[in-house]
Ligand binder design. Structure first.
Ligand code: MLT
Length: 282
């Protein structure tokens, strides 16, 4: 799997993983500020940005048996799927290629957070610290998973990102951002729209069938920074609070006037919080 990535700055490595259906360019506000002090590596996850857009393997491997039973959705078991764990494997492969075998700081937003939690659960020796932003450890409830699988079909049928854009965009930003940052809303809209429908459908299936990582949180042995936009309408702040309470060495920061994309909506606050956290690691 070829992942496109940006790599800039000196010093200790910080990897930033984007949300769905965005790409690494969502970290534009972090790359410059953090990149002045740290080596910031920003991949595009599979199917997104400039990375490969694979067909996605047969979905049965990724579908937990209870979903198969409960959702009865798999008349076509060869539909493409990008399992979250495969996205995590891609990131580890990239770090291997870059010969970064020492533990690194990994941060992810929303889907990027799910990938981060997969990495820390499955490759704990590769992680120096975690940053979990606007994300959660729990899996989709059956009804939410079914809605995603249905949406994947619609996206494929229409061969367009539009069904996902129109369902997500109104929920992504805080009221403050919608009012004061229309150019940011337009930019994110454009970024979502250019993601390939095939990748969107396969990722929706991966999201719907991801592993619930809640029970693994108490086993995390590295420091974690949990950031939540106070007005996040996609993942409520209560999820961040629960995650921070369950991780032994976690710090929670709630960001005012931010929704689901806190690092873009309130970049100055988020950058300051991240720099403090990273500074505390040395
Ligand atoms: C994201 O921003 O990555 C998505 O909202 C994740 C999700 O829908 O669970």
């Amino acid at each position: 799997m070829h992942l496109h990535y940006e790599d800039q700055g000196p010093g200790r490595v910080v990897v930033l993983l984007h949300g769905f259906p965005l790409d690494g360019s969502m970290w534009e506000y972090q790359r410059e500020t953090l990149g002045a002090v740290y080596r910031v590596i920003v991949p595009d996850l599979r199917g997104h940005g400039k990375s490969d857009v694979p067909e996605g393997g047969p979905s049965l491997d990724a579908m937990a048996a209870h979903y198969v039973h409960e959702l009865n959705q798999l008349e076509e078991p060869r539909e493409g799927v990008y399992p979250i764990d495969s996205m995590a494997d891609d990131v580890i492969e990239l770090l291997d290629e870059l010969q970064l075998t020492q533990p690194v700081v990994i941060g992810g937003l929303s889907m990027g957070g799910y990938v981060t939690l997969s990495i820390v659960a499955r490759y704990p020796e590769r992680v120096r610290a975690l940053m979990l932003m606007d994300t959660k450890a729990s899996a989709d409830a059956p009804a939410a998973a079914k809605a995603r699988l249905d949406l994947a079909r619609v996206v494929e049928k229409q061969n367009s990102a539009e069904p996902v854009v129109s369902s997500m965009l109104p929920k992504l930003f805080s009221p403050w951002t919608r009012e004061n940052r229309p150019e940011l809303v337009a930019r994110v809209h454009e970024q979502m729209s250019r993601t390939s429908p095939r990748a969107i459908a396969a990722t929706l299936r991966g999201l719907a069938t991801r592993t619930d990582r809640t029970s693994e949180l108490p086993k995390i042995r590295v420091p974690a920074l949990v950031i939540a936009g106070r007005d996040d309408a996609i993942i409520p702040v209560t999820e961040a609070e629960a995650m921070a309470a369950a991780i032994p060495n976690a710090q929670l920061v709630e960001v005012p006037n931010a929704g689901h994309l806190a690092p873009l909506e309130q970049s100055a606050i988020v950058n300051q919080v991240i720099l403090q956290f990273l500074g505390s690691l040395s």
